[in-house]
Design a binder for this molecule. Structure first.
Ligand code: XMP
Length: 517
């Protein structure tokens, strides 16, 4: 399959580049800039994209463009730091800009070219700039602060841009990437949902042959889609175990079971473990301890079930491509990942399984699209992110059956009202950012005085969180209409016993996070 290799120089948006290329239906992998050349050549790339990154090319030990990239004679697109590294490597000059350029800018083409056309808005983020072109290059476009905002050596098919075509703030960025990938590299668009499914099915069949395969379904999108994929590949050999922790959102457990059992015919063993989890969590208030207990309890139950079912040789795991990328560059692991270590669905390290990872090469959006194509309902595959440890993360203080139920009800009201108002974003369609990307209720370990009828009350507080975000790394609080907030607060206080006060969280991330814990 035609492939574009993105070499990662450490930018926050490197993964986005590979995702955008795949949105053009061309397969792309993101590899560290200093990965072994053999690994790259296994993929037989049709071209290279050099990502942005935080370094300056003239610093000691700054990452450089590897020789094999140039020797391959394949087309290259340098983005931001990638442009500077290419310039430096080919004998041009890079210097600090008189003015650091961060944010929107307008570029004006200087000459007709294959990469970009017309004046357009772009997103800049750089402190260095090209002072002198390497030999063979011409400037393609300028911006107010960058006389060389894009450049090319059309003989060698080397292109570079100072801005970030991969981000949404460069509205015509996808066109630029399409020009590079489809026209300049002439890559064929072979990465389609059908081909992904076909390839994966074959890979799974080859791996497991006639053996039994076990799957741990946690209720999350990844484990559900992974299970559906293995069902399609080796249906009769799959045994899936759904551990219902009692910590899922309203209606979720039933929905997941129905989709897998009824719609897809998965042989699902459901373990109702709500009581076991509650017991294990009794008296625990510290968030990391809650996560650890949930992770360990999940594993223990799963182990028991695996033993009961003859301990098959293979185990399905919902690893997705960002996990693979991050574990290959541990220094880049985001703070966000630190918290995900004890996710429900984490696997027993001492169990001797061979792993089947059907989603290993897929980004989250691809997982969702594949899930839908396999017959899972949109309401499951496109639902909003939810932490592995479930409602426990959002039930601050001690976890009891009563408090979890209180939280679940308040959360369901919020979601219900947002949905009715058309403000619940389900599809992570990058071009429709309306509505909240994530919304949920949090139950606080705080009681306050209220008055209901003639009665004084002393009850708990629910905080509502609703954010807009593209990538969950940064987020802003959603400017929900006052009338809607009033209605939600009113319904929660009236319908959820034990709650007499509702507050709305108006902090962005950073400095806050999306979850409370
Ligand atoms: P924060 O709270 O760090 O969350 O701003 C960013 C995104 O990550 C989700 N999140 C988790 N997801 N296991 C998960 O699978 C976790 O333990 C976890 N903690 C946070 C959060 O919902 C948000 O989308």
């Amino acid at each position: 399959m035609d492939t574009i290799v993105v070499l990662d120089f450490g930018s926050q948006t490197s993964q986005l580049i590979a995702r955008r290329v795949r949105e053009l239906n061309v397969y792309s992998e993101l590899l560290p800039w200093n990965v072994a050349a053999e690994r790259v050549f296994q993929l037989q790339p049709k071209g290279f994209i050099l990502s942005g990154g935080p370094a300056s090319v003239y610093e000691a030990n700054a990452p450089q463009v590897p020789d094999y990239v140039l020797e391959s004679k394949k087309p290259i697109l340098g983005i931001c730091y990638g442009m500077q590294a290419l310039t430096h490597r080919l004998g041009g000059k890079v210097n600090p800009s008189p003015q650091r350029e961060y944010g929107p800018a307008t570029i004006t083409p200087l000459i007709e070219n294959a990469l970009l056309e017309g004046e357009q808005r772009v997103w800049m983020s750089h402190g260095d700039r090209i002072e002198q072109l390497p030999s063979g290059f011409i400037a393609l476009a300028k911006s107010e602060n960058s006389p060389i905002a894009a450049m090319a050596d059309t003989q060698r098919n080397y292109y570079a841009v100072q801005f970030h075509p991969e981000v949404h703030h460069t509205p015509r960025g996808k066109e630029i990437l399409a020009n590079f990938v489809l026209k300049i590299c002439q890559a064929q668009a072979q990465w389609t949902t059908e081909s992904i499914i076909q390839q994966t099915i074959e890979r799974v069949r080859q791996q497991v042959k006639g053996e039994m395969v076990l799957s741990a379904v946690s209720g999350g999108v990844d484990s559900t889609v992974a299970t559906a994929m293995v069902q399609r590949a080796v249906g009769g050999q799959l045994l899936a175990i759904f551990v219902d922790t009692g910590l899922l959102r309203h209606g979720e457990a039933v929905q997941v079971r129905q989709a897998l059992e009824t719609n897809l015919g998965v042989e699902l063993v459901t373990v109702n473990a709500a009581q076991i989890f509650l017991q294990a969590l009794q008296g625990v208030t510290e968030p990391e301890k809650k996560r650890r207990i949930i992770g360990e309890t999940f594993i223990r139950i799963f182990e028991e079930q695996a033993r009961l079912h003859g301990k098959p040789r293979f185990l399905v795991q919902g690893t997705i491509y960002p996990d693979v990328v991050e574990s290959s560059a541990p220094d880049r692991a985001q703070a966000q990942r630190i918290k995900t270590h004890h996710n429900v669905g984490g696997l027993p390290s001492d169990m001797q399984f061979e792993l089947v990872e059907p989603l290993r090469y897929l980004f989250k959006d691809e997982v969702r699209i594949v899930g839908e194509a396999l017959g899972l309902p949109a309401s499951i595959v496109w639902r909003q992110p939810f932490p592995g440890p479930g409602l426990a993360v959002r039930c601050l203080g001690e976890i009891t059956a009563e408090r979890i139920e209180r939280l679940r009800k308040a959360d369901a009201i919020l979601i219900d009202e947002l949905q009715a108002a058309g403000l619940l974003r389900m599809r992570s369609d990058p071009h429709s950012l309306q509505g909240t990307a994530q919304a949920f209720a949090v139950l606080l370990p705080v009681q306050s005085v209220g008055v209901m009828g003639d009665q004084r009350t002393y009850q708990e507080v629910v905080a509502l969180r609703a954010v807009t975000t593209e990538d969950y790394m940064t987020a802003d609080w959603a400017r929900l209409p006052y009338e809607l907030l009033a209605k939600i607060a009113n319904r929660i206080v009236n319908e959820v016993s034990g709650v007499n006060r509702v507050v709305y969280d108006i902090t962005s991330k950073p400095p806050a996070t999306i979850e409370w814990e």
